[in-house]
Design a protein. Structure first.
Length: 275
């Protein structure tokens, strides 16, 4: 990408990093009911209704959470267009295996999208694992990490409301992976979900910083150089691009290096599903 012809997605990425997406503050609770073609869907930003809707979907009792898993799928829609060039960019979501007091299985998924939080509840694992809002999820699915749990759904809803997750807009640092980590780390007994490799994050941060630095440096250099005439504008733009690229690369590397590490290797999918 050259500084004279910037990719439009760079500007969209800047807007996203400033939290100016399409965040609605809504929590969407999706309840799949046996024998019905479409799930019951509740959209609300009212914390009392969130509690009532979630408890209703969970059969009005505190379900015991026995397993927690994190899955990833490719980004879709606007996020795919913005971030598809970054290899560490993907959508992460949490799936909980639960049971009622009578021993019946319940499955819950939780995830953060660009517009809000989605919570799905069903008697069937495939409803929450393979679907979103009643529609089939797109792209391949891969299990990342799993663990046992000693929490209940009542613990989970209190944790959710205490942290006010629906008031935290989707942005470049507060995304689906960050939300999945928050939920997984709270529910899991022994493990922590670390969602990025440090070296890869640093490399991506450096690359993004270099591009942004070159672009801004070139524009600033050209403006200042214009004071000295056309030749000054060319020279100033070139010098500004080089200087901006260097500064941007350093800053990008510093930012990327803080993204964290992933200590656990991705388990084989077949083994993961059996856990």
């Amino acid at each position: 990408m050259s500084s004279s012809s910037p990719d439009i997605s760079l500007f969209a990425l800047l807007r996203l990093s400033q939290g100016s997406g399409e965040w609605s503050h809504d929590v969407c609770i999706i309840e799949y009911e046996e024998g019905k073609n479409k799930p019951f869907i509740l959209h609300t930003d009212d914390h009392d209704l969130i509690s009532v809707g979630f408890r209703k979907a969970c059969s009005k009792e505190a379900l015991k959470i026995s397993k927690v898993r994190v899955y990833k799928t490719p980004l879709q829609g606007k996020l795919k267009e913005l971030l598809e060039k970054f290899p560490i960019a993907y959508h992460a979501y949490v799936v909980l295996e639960c049971c009622t007091s009578s021993g019946e299985k319940k499955w819950i998924s939780l995830e953060k999208n660009i517009g809000g939080i989605c919570i799905q509840v069903s008697d069937s694992r495939d409803d929450v694992l393979l679907k979103l809002m009643g529609e089939e999820r797109k792209g391949t699915r891969e299990g990342l990490i799993s663990d046992e749990s000693d929490k209940t759904t009542e613990d989970l809803i209190k944790f959710f409301l205490k942290n006010k997750f629906n008031t935290q807009p989707y942005d470049i640092t507060n995304h689906s992976k960050k939300f999945a980590k928050d939920v997984f780390d709270f529910v899991a007994v022994t493990k922590k979900y670390e969602y990025e490799d440090q070296e890869e994050a640093a490399r991506v941060g450096a690359g993004a910083g270099a591009v942004l630095g070159a672009l801004l440096g070139a524009v600033l250099g050209a403006v200042l150089g214009a004071v000295g005439g056309p030749m000054g504008a060319v020279a100033g733009g070139t010098a500004g691009s080089v200087a901006g690229s260097s500064v941007g690369a350093v800053k990008g590397a510093q930012m990327g290096a803080h993204a964290g590490t992933r200590d656990n290797e991705i388990e084989r999918q077949s083994k993961f599903e059996r856990q």
